[in-house]
Design a binder for this molecule. Structure first.
Ligand SMILES: [Zn+2]
Length: 300
């Protein structure tokens, strides 16, 4: 009888161990939690019907999967990087043509409108990179939609993305129509590039057709210019002359990377940069220019 009781006891222990062997990995392994509380469903029964292998997988799965998830989250964050261009409060809702910078700062901001535009935007990026210059790009929403990869490259190179409406209209706008032009553009820039646009440039520089008024109401800064290259209607040599004539510390230079054939701008840009550098200018983005100012400029 003793033999029988021992055998029964051993069988009971074996059965219990086997049950626990199945239960513990099932409890531990089915839903490990990451640091962020994300549940990962691990169906051990489907993946591996062998309880011994399932048990060894269960011991390491939580850590392995935590690492996997952490890597995925990091990759996702890199893809969805947010570019938050800060705008000093003094400039929110204001219209500026230039910025008053401290006397010792000989700085100027290059700005490019109407892109992104295949070919010329790439060429301009190349010239800026070669010269280690960051600029400000006023994009059209419809061009961002058409060339999203190009828009991403511009922001990834450290340039500032800003809003130049969806379709470049000049006509009078109701508030709803202005909202559509501007908000759609802000949204697509953010959606496709991660850049939060805080600057607005009205097409044609028109300040009274409802667009600039709406942008200012949204606390954006309406950014005009102090040096117009007139690249939309003149030769490369004249562009250089125009910019150099009107260049000033705290100034904003208007050029175009899109909206047509901008090869003349591409040709003029290296000369403009070289001449301004020779005069001691440093190049900054419009938000950087704003950060250098203590008081907002009285405009117009
Ligand atoms: Zn324009």
């Amino acid at each position: 009888m003793i033999w029988q009781r021992r055998t029964l006891f051993a069988i009971a222990i074996a059965a219990a161990s086997f049950t626990f062997g199945l239960l513990i990995p099932a409890l531990k392994g089915n839903s490990p939690k990451t640091a962020n509380g994300i549940q990962i469903k691990l169906d051990l029964n489907n993946q591996d019907p062998d309880p011994i292998q399932a048990k060894s997988l269960a011991l390491s799965d939580a850590k392995v999967f935590q690492n996997l998830v952490a890597n995925l989250e990091r990759l996702e964050q890199e893809q969805k990087r947010i570019y938050d261009f800060s705008l000093p409060q003094a400039f929110q809702g204001k219209t500026i043509k230039s910025v008053q910078v401290p006397a010792e700062r000989k700085v100027i901001a290059l700005t490019f409108d109407d892109g992104p535009w295949p070919g010329t935007t790439n060429d301009i990026l190349y010239i800026l990179k070669k010269n280690n210059i960051k600029a400000t790009f006023f994009f059209l929403g419809r061009n961002v939609q058409n060339f999203p990869e190009l828009a991403k490259i511009v922001v990834n190179h450290g340039h500032v993305l800003a809003n130049h409406t969806w379709s470049h209209p000049y006509r009078q706008h109701s508030e709803a129509a202005a909202a559509s032009e501007i908000n759609r553009t802000t949204e697509i820039i953010y959606k496709l590039t991660g850049a939060k646009s805080v600057l607005f440039r009205p097409p044609g520089g028109y300040l009274t057709n409802g667009l600039a008024t709406y942008a200012a109401k949204q606390n954006q800064s309406v950014v005009m210019w102090s040096a117009d290259s007139q690249d939309y209607r003149t030769s490369s040599a004249n562009m250089v002359r125009n910019v150099l004539r009107d260049a000033s510390p705290g100034g904003i230079v208007l050029m175009h990377d899109g909206g047509g054939d901008r090869r003349k701008t591409v040709n003029a840009l290296p000369v403009i940069i070289d001449k301004l550098k020779a005069q001691g200018y440093e190049f900054v983005t419009v938000p950087e220019l704003m950060e250098m100012q203590k008081q907002p400029v009285a405009n117009r």
